[in-house]
Design a protein around this ligand. Structure first.
Ligand code: M6R
Length: 603
């Protein structure tokens, strides 16, 4: 996804900007650009592809003395990855970079076009710079023009703007997309959309809040909220890359659990529109002749596939089969051309999944990858890819990748439902609304985390765990058990709640821990009676539900129960935190559990 950097100071501006952008590369991008303002002149450079291309273009440029600049890596959402669409975007005398999405850009663009403004790009961002210049011409004051501009924008944004009419300042605004401003001990100013870009450069930083805007100059930083000047809440920024990359969390896994709201917003941006799902990377005709989906994956990615198979059948009314890639490879599978072959992989390098994909290609099937790593082997091989947009996942135990895979496939199921006309407009709208709500459902509150920390001490021994659920909550139970196993080394199984009585219930006693996923919106009464059966046999029950359950030994109350998927995502976070806290108490290496590798490139 996109990245932003900015700088005011006497060091070579281009180097600072490009170096900052390099630290944001991990988020993925398809073009990059910078604009540097010095001596009332703005120089701008853009290039499609890797930063190396931008460096080649700027090799003869160097700033000299005090200057300022803004830079951006773009992940195409509105318009193709071309140089014209790359940021910074130019007006007559100003440049802007932007992360996020301007929801009302069409309406703003049409009105500016009526005033005779010519647009060069297909992006939503370009409206910002033209709007600013229009307001400046009316108000003759850059700050008032900037304030008026951001007041007009709807959606999510982090914006930096430089302008010749106020050549000593960088204007900034944040609403819904991250932005950090900081300074070093010489007073040079640095901006970044993540602290990764600022480590080793800024020594003190301010994490801007939604609604903050203002400007910076050599004189310092001025932040406003609701037209009132705010006190600066500066924090020291560590120079240690690893601990800074952990952003104050104890483990990468913990950080990745916490950042799920942000990455899920990235996953839906530009794809969840007002009335439909849009995938720039797909064309509806790709689904011509397809009446079956086969999903193939390993581990966590398999669990996400299994969960979403329920959605494909329920919403898109398309037969969907999910297979473990290492099994699929050797079963001499039947592959028919009416089948869309979908592989899911965080890394895009998993040997079994890759081999299954090759088999499907050889059999002439249409193939689609849901993957987190662009340009990985799987992405290069599949006909089309939907990138999960989770950003780099460092914890071996996958968390945010799972979340974004589920989100990507939920969107895909609605996309297929649109094509096949299996849902009404109102039904689709209500799914889109539910999707927009998910980033809130995965927010970790201090209260919840504390509760799970406390509870975890009761779940360190015993002879095993059963995570149980029904419907989509069965694959979530599988995933909860996998997480716990991977990092606690305790035995855990995921099971369909209704299947316990067919054997596993024989294990029930007080030393058997049942983690019961009891959503309100999906088969609550059925799961409840399965949990009652276990409770009657003295199993220790940790119930996760929005509804009080008196037989539970421990209870975690969930709050997002307006849609099965918000329940799914909220419970997902709880199972991840439980695994994390049990592992911490057992003294294990959470990020690098024994015997496991992040990317399994052997069979
Ligand atoms: O990179 P992939 O998604 O293809 O990896 C598949 C599995 O190896 C992976 O999900 C593994 O199960 C993780 N350790 C889960 O936390």
């Amino acid at each position: 996804m996109c990245g932003i950097v900015g700088y005011i100071g006497k060091k070579e501006v281009k180097d600072i900007l490009v170096d900052g952008l390099r630290e944001l590369e991990y988020r993925g991008y398809d073009s990059a650009g910078i604009a540097v303002l010095q001596d009332d002149e703005i120089k701008s450079y853009k290039a499609v592809g890797k930063l190396k291309n931008l460096e080649d273009k700027t090799k003869d440029f160097a700033s000299d003395g005090l200057a300022m600049g803004i830079g951006h890596t773009r992940w195409a959402t509105h318009g193709k990855p071309t140089e014209l669409n790359a940021h910074p975007h130019l007006g007559e005398f100003s440049y802007v970079v932007h992360n996020g999405i301007i929801e009302n850009y069409q309406e703003l663009k049409s009105s500016l076009q009526k005033d005779g403004v010519k647009f060069l790009s297909q992006t939503d961002t370009e409206v910002i710079v033209h709007l600013f210049e229009k307001n400046y011409k009316e108000l003759n004051d850059p700050m008032s023009a900037f304030e008026k501009t951001i007041d007009t924008l709807h959606g999510a944004y982090a914006v930096l703007l430089i302008t010749k009419v106020d050549p000593e300042k960088i204007y900034f605004a944040k609403h819904g997309s991250p932005m950090i401003v900081g300074n070093d001990d010489k007073g040079d100013i640095h901006f970044g959309s993540s602290d990764a870009a600022l480590i080793g450069k800024a020594t003190e930083v301010i994490y801007l809040d939604d609604g903050d805007y203002g400007y910076t100059s050599q004189e310092g930083i001025s932040i406003f909220f609701d037209k009132e000047k705010k006190a600066l809440n500066k924090r020291a920024l560590t120079g240690d890359k690893i601990s800074a990359q952990k952003g104050g969390f104890r483990f990468f896994m913990e950080k990745e659990i916490y950042e799920q709201g942000e990455v899920l917003s990235d996953t839906i941006i530009g794809r969840v529109l007002d009335e439909k799902i849009n995938f720039e990377e797909l064309h509806e005709s790709f689904f011509d002749g397809i009446d079956e989906i086969k999903i193939c994956a390993c581990g966590t990615s398999y669990n996400s596939g299994l969960a979403c198979a329920y959605l494909f059948e329920r919403q898109a009314k398309i037969k969907t089969v999910v297979e473990i890639a290492s099994e699929f490879r050797y079963k001499e599978p039947l592959m028919t051309k009416n089948t869309l072959f979908v592989v899911i992989s965080q890394s895009g390098e998993t040997a079994d999944t890759l081999e299954a994909l090759k088999m499907a290609k050889r059999a002439g099937l249409k193939t689609l990858a849901i993957c987190n790593v662009d340009n990985s082997s799987i992405v290069r091989l599949a006909d089309h890819t939907i990138l999960a947009r989770a950003g780099i996942e460092k914890g071996v135990a996958s968390t945010k990748a799972f979340a974004t895979q589920v989100m990507a496939m939920w969107m895909l199921s609605i996309y297929v439902a649109q094509i096949k006309n299996t849902m009404s407009k109102d039904e689709i709208k209500s799914e889109l609304n539910a999707m927009r709500h998910i980033p809130n459902a995965v927010i970790v509150s201090d209260k919840l985390h504390e509760k799970i920390k406390r509870l975890s001490k009761r779940y360190l021994h015993g002879h095993g765990f059963f995570f149980i659920g029904r419907d989509m909550f069965f694959p979530l139970a599988l995933e909860g058990a996998l997480k716990l196993k991977e990092i606690s080394y305790l035995h855990a199984e995921g099971y369909p709640a209704g299947e316990m009585k067919h054997g596993p219930i024989a294990l029930a006693d007080s030393e058997l821990f049942t983690i019961a996923l009891m959503p309100k919106t999906l088969h609550y009464d059925k799961v409840k009676s399965n949990v009652e059966e276990l409770s009657a046999r003295d199993s220790t029950i940790l119930a996760i539900s929005p509804l009080e359950f008196e037989l539970a030994d421990d209870f975690i109350k969930t709050t997002h129960c307006e849609h099965p998927m918000s329940e799914f995502f909220e419970m997902m976070v709880i199972t991840q935190l439980l695994a994390l806290e049990v592992s911490v108490r057992l003294g294990n290496d959470v990020d690098m559990p024994r015997n496991l590798a992040k990317s399994v490139t052997v069979e």
